[in-house]
Design a protein around this ligand. Structure first.
Ligand SMILES: O=C1O[C@H](COP(=O)(O)O)[C@@H](O)[C@H](O)[C@H]1O
Length: 302
């Protein structure tokens, strides 16, 4: 159970000018001057208009509790989209997030999820062989994909035999085909693919996917998938979804653990703009729901 179970929902876009300073007595409520679980004050008028863009934060005492909640959340969305659309499109990142997906392949979730409906993608991938220790595919495969009865062909790894540029183009072509045949939804708002759930992590510098602070790729607004050959975090050659694709998602779970990321969490969740330049994670603002899963160390500066 989340001891600090949260907490708030709001529109990033419509309420950004409204946001008050953090009230220390309501320490997980950086956005609103009301706190659903602690006060009966009615929400501000503008909140009732904020229907399209929802932000939720959950803080857990331990990573173990976080991973249970993440499995429950993912299984719930799997059920919903499998019934509604006949497929469930899930996007994974690499990094520490992947370990927190382990509960999905344990009871009760492993037996209740309709894995045949799953289509798995990577929000970013390093251009290395699939058995390389830096491969995000390998990380997910070892941690849980190998234990989940996902149909062969429904886990969309990159073609790492290509250059980074070629692999990005190839992946985008694959996504376009899957949108065309209706496996992946398409946003009527942006025209970009609309994934059902993105499970993504964040680096201590606030990077998400392979979109790094200050990098020109943050401005890409045409391509679905792009490439980088100068990643500040090794390995240098990678492909990555672009921000418009990330922000067209139906649901994003941002999963962050550890005190080393508390500063970036504070900037993004607390909306404290210490500079004019937004970090990549501060630019994550999906059409649908953004839900943060934080352990208490990552939330320690909120
Ligand atoms: O390089 C990457 O880093 C981020 C964050 O990784 P973490 O180990 O600090 O959680 C990850 O989300 C991304 O997919 C990966 O390629």
């Amino acid at each position: 159970m989340a001891t600090s179970s949260l907490l708030f929902s709001t529109s990033l876009r419509t309420l950004s000018s409204y946001l008050p300073k953090l009230d220390r007595r309501r320490q997980y409520n950086p956005f609103l001057s009301h706190f659903r679980s602690l006060t009966t004050r009615p929400p501000p008028r503008s909140l009732s208009m904020a229907t399209a863009n929802k932000k939720v934060v959950e803080v857990f005492d331990t990573e173990e509790e976080l991973s249970v909640s993440l499995a429950k959340y993912t299984a719930g969305l799997s059920d919903k989209f499998a019934k509604e659309r006949g497929s469930f499109t899930v996007v994974l990142s690499g990094g520490s997030l992947v370990k927190s997906l382990r509960k999905l392949v344990e009871p009760p979730y492993v037996g209740s999820i309709d894995w045949s409906k799953w289509h798995v993608f990577w929000v970013d991938e390093r251009v290395v062989p699939k058995d390389h220790q830096d491969s995000n595919y390998k990380l997910a495969f070892d941690a849980f994909l190998s234990m989940a009865p996902i149909l062969p062909g429904n886990a969309y790894a990159i073609n790492e035999a290509l250059t980074a540029e070629g692999a990005a183009t190839d992946y985008e072509t694959c996504l376009k085909h899957l949108v065309h045949i209706g496996v992946i939804d398409k946003s009527s708002v942006s025209g970009f693919p609309k994934f059902d759930l993105m499970l993504i992590g964040m680096g201590p510098d606030g990077h998400v996917a392979s979109l790094f602070p200050g990098h020109p790729l943050l401005k890409e607004n045409q391509k679905w998938v792009t490439h980088i050959t100068d990643s500040p975090k090794p390995p240098p050659d990678r492909i990555t979804f672009t921000l418009p694709v990330i922000n067209s998602s139906s649901h994003i779970a941002l999963v962050v653990c550890g005190a080393g990321k508390a500063g970036a969490v504070q900037s993004a969740v607390g909306n404290s703009h210490n500079s004019d330049v937004l970090s990549p994670v501060q630019m994550v603002s999906p059409e649908g729901e953004l839900k943060w899963f934080l352990d208490k160390d990552a939330a320690s500066k909120l």
